[in-house]
Design a protein around this ligand. Structure first.
Ligand code: MG
Length: 181
């Protein structure tokens, strides 16, 4: 049975968009514990702190969440598959460089990033003074405008592992548009 609804054609289990661009959303999440140190790497920005992320790479939870959102939207797996933590090549690796590789993969598959919206969950320090720099830095890496990247910060209200300052998390949603019509 073929059913026509507006410009979309539904036939069997197919749903082919004939004139509309194809959009995909993706969701990413990441968490890292703290260890001794003097800064937190967030969105490729060095945020001074009395601690650091305990991680195989540089522990940039924000970029890790962004990469998983982008890979998820394009159904290209996750960062654990792309950058295994048992591969010595990924030890101490710069997350910005990994994000560039994810962007390259999206470009090769004809996916254009429409926007990202992100939340960093961190009790302290306050991220307010660093948000604009994080937006600019991420925009530069992804060849976007800063206005295409939302960066928000939430504390843990003093409860849970965020509130107890045991670690930090980040979440990201990404919207992609296919260049193939
Ligand atoms: Mg991570």
């Amino acid at each position: 049975m073929e059913l026509r609804l507006g410009r979309h054609e539904y036939g069997g289990n197919r749903c082919k968009m004939t004139t509309h661009p194809q959009y995909r959303i993706g969701l990413g999440h990441d968490t890292h514990r703290f260890t001794a140190g003097d800064h937190l790497q967030l969105g490729s920005v060095r945020v001074p702190a009395d601690r650091a992320f305990l991680a195989h790479s540089d522990g940039d939870v924000l970029i890790h969440a962004i990469m998983d959102a982008l890979l998820g939207a394009a159904a290209l797996g996750d960062i654990g598959e792309m950058f295994p933590d048992n591969d010595p090549a990924n030890r101490g690796r710069d997350s910005a460089e990994m994000l560039r590789q994810v962007k390259k993969l999206l470009d090769e598959r004809n996916w254009k990033i429409i926007n990202l919206d992100c939340i960093v969950f961190l009790q302290s320090p306050k991220l307010g003074p660093y948000k604009a720099e994080i937006q600019s830095r991420l925009a530069m890496i992804l060849d976007l405008e800063p206005t295409q990247i939302g960066v928000k910060a939430k504390t843990g209200e003093g409860i849970g592992f965020i509130g107890r300052e045991e670690g930090a998390s980040a979440e990201c949603v990404a919207l992609l548009q296919s260049r193939d019509l």
